[in-house]
Every structure is written in C-alpha cells, then in structure tokens.
Design a protein around this ligand. Structure first.
Ligand code: ZN
Length: 171
C-alpha cells in the first residue's frame, strides 16, 4: 500500500525564522589529554636539556629512535637508554611552498626525515631543514641540529629549530 499522506506537519522556513520551532545551539567543550608514555616522556625531557636519546635492544643490537620501551622485532622489552649525537643524515625531504597553515609562501620551507647518528639505520624523525637551498639540499646530506636557547625550550621536538648542513656548502 502506498502512503500518500504523512502524519505530523512539515517544518516551514517561516516557522524556523520566527522561532516557532524549538532550537538549541551549543559549543562542544572538547578537551583531550593523553600520556606521552615512558619512552617519549624521557625523549621530551632530554630534548629540553638539548640531548637526543634512544633505547637499545640487546637481543637484536638495534638502537631505537624515537625510543621505544618494547622491541617490535624481538617481542621483548628494550634494555637501556643511550644518548645519541645531534647529527644525522637526510633520508628524504620535500620543498614546500605551503606553510604550516597551508598558506602559499614565496620562500620555500624544507621538511623531511633525518636519521640520527648512533641510532640504527633508518631511525629518525620528521623535522625542518635550514640554511639550505633547493639547489644544495640532497638525500644523504650530513646535518646537525640547531637548538633553541635553553630558556626557550619547552620539551618538544621543536626545541630543535631545524637541522643545518654539517659542512658549509659541502655534501
Ligand atoms: Zn630487539
């Protein structure tokens, strides 16, 4: 049987405009918090102190960076903390003409992954590269962290301002 008439009353725009319809407006008070966990908490503390730290797994002999309390290859807890150098190698990079807020910019920013010296191959972090040009930056370039002054550090990956070439003008 086909229904040709519906019960109730259709809302009209007029009824909505003159507020004959019950309405409510609210702004969600969404608040989030999460624990960084043991390994990342220590990493952030060390960043504030101007140091990089990883975790060593004695079974597979790897040094994990960023540090992890559990070795995903050995299925066992990692064993010890190890300080790493604040030098590394560019693994990959992008030349971006968009800033962090996706606005177009004239002078590009350089972002990518740096593998940190002393960590196992391929272990690194996403970061900015500075004091480079489109022409000079390349995969395999040796770089060094440029730290913020101690009083400006907050326990963040951005306590490193960017990574710059280890050698001026060289590879
Ligand atoms: Zn392991």
């Amino acid at each position: 049987m086909k229904k040709v008439e519906w019960g109730g009353q259709e809302l009209s725009q007029q009824a909505i405009d003159r507020r004959a319809v019950t309405q409510t407006r609210f702004r969600p008070q969404a608040k989030y918090s999460w624990a960084a966990g043991q390994a990342i908490s220590r990493l952030l503390e060390e960043l504030q102190a101007g140091r990089l730290i990883g975790r060593r797994c004695r079974r597979c002999q790897r040094t994990l960076f960023p540090p992890r309390m559990f070795c995903e290859e050995c299925y066992r807890p990692t064993d010890e903390w190890v300080y790493l150098k604040d030098t590394g190698t560019i693994e990959t990079y992008s030349v971006s003409y968009l800033d962090r807020d996706a606005r177009r910019i004239t002078d590009p920013i350089f972002v990518g992954v740096v593998s940190v010296d002393g960590a196992s191959p391929g272990m690194g972090m996403m970061h900015y590269f500075g004091e480079v040009t489109k022409e000079s930056i390349h995969i395999g370039m040796k770089v060094r962290a440029v730290w913020k002054p101690p009083q400006d550090r907050t326990g963040s990956v951005l306590d490193i301002r960017y990574w710059k070439p280890l050698k001026e003008g060289g590879p």
